[in-house]
Write a protein that binds this ligand. Sequence first.
Ligand code: SF4
Ligand code: SF4
Length: 304
Amino acid sequence: MKVHGKDLVPRDFELTPEKVARSLSAFLKVDLPLNLEDLEKRGKEASSLAPPVPPTLCPACPHRNTFYAIRKAATPRSIFPSDIGCYTLGYFPPLKTVDTTVDMGASISIAHGISIAGKGEGRYVVATIGDSTFFHTGLPALANAVSNGSDFILVILDNGTTAMTGHQPNPGSPEGMRGKRISIEEVAKSMGADYVEVVDPYDIKALENALKNALSMRGVRVIVARRDCALKVVSEKRRKGESWDIYRVDESKCTGCKVCINAYGCPAIRWDREKKKAYIDEEMCWGCGGCAQVCPYDAIEVKK
Ligand code: SF4
Ligand code: SF4
């Protein structure tokens, strides 16, 4: 049997329907009943008309709070190795808390490598990894880091599921896979991590304090940022016909400082160019209250 791959499928960039059609046509050695040039041209035209929407974490995503807290706690020149999951979106502005993504588990091994190579004065290494990736390939890397006396902070983004691929359970999910749940913090402790703490990322101040505390220590310090995936929570609420809080901006208090947009970046928060004030798109707000915690002027509140 002959196996084909990159000889027929392009190596780079997104796999558009036209590229897949071309690859299939070459593989099957048939002319597809499609005008591929025309399809490609129309696809390019359509994408040039659409407004550019940068990729971003969901509204109410707990990872946004975690990245925001890391940015607040660590020095600007700190290094943020990360991993593969929906949290890789932390790479994009305004969060910019993902410096490397190589392969699953590499957040920890790269953090360990930097801790050996030297990170430089006034720089911290704060790695992030999702719960399912941690169980997948983070465990050997953590064992290696602890047993080699490494020095970095590892934040495990525990949303209780494998969100990026469709909410499959992982060994740390509340219900486990098919048997028992395995506790991430107990695993980290039993591996000999020098500091282990569990924090709810919906409490941004508490997370920032835990990070500052961990930054003042040495060794492998693990913080488990635990809060269920917002998409899963909202989907379940929708299915059950339940509602959730919606937040609003009090125009009389909003100074237009844009912290909620330029530093935090929930996609439900928009900018009114005429009024020069922020406002919240109610259709997109999933009621986490994160924006209310970051607004320096207490201008965001639950809509009554
Ligand atoms: S952070 Fe608060 S004051 Fe600043 S723009 Fe947003 S809502 Fe307005
Ligand atoms: S409460 Fe604020 S941060 Fe949370 S989803 Fe609504 S607009 Fe976004």
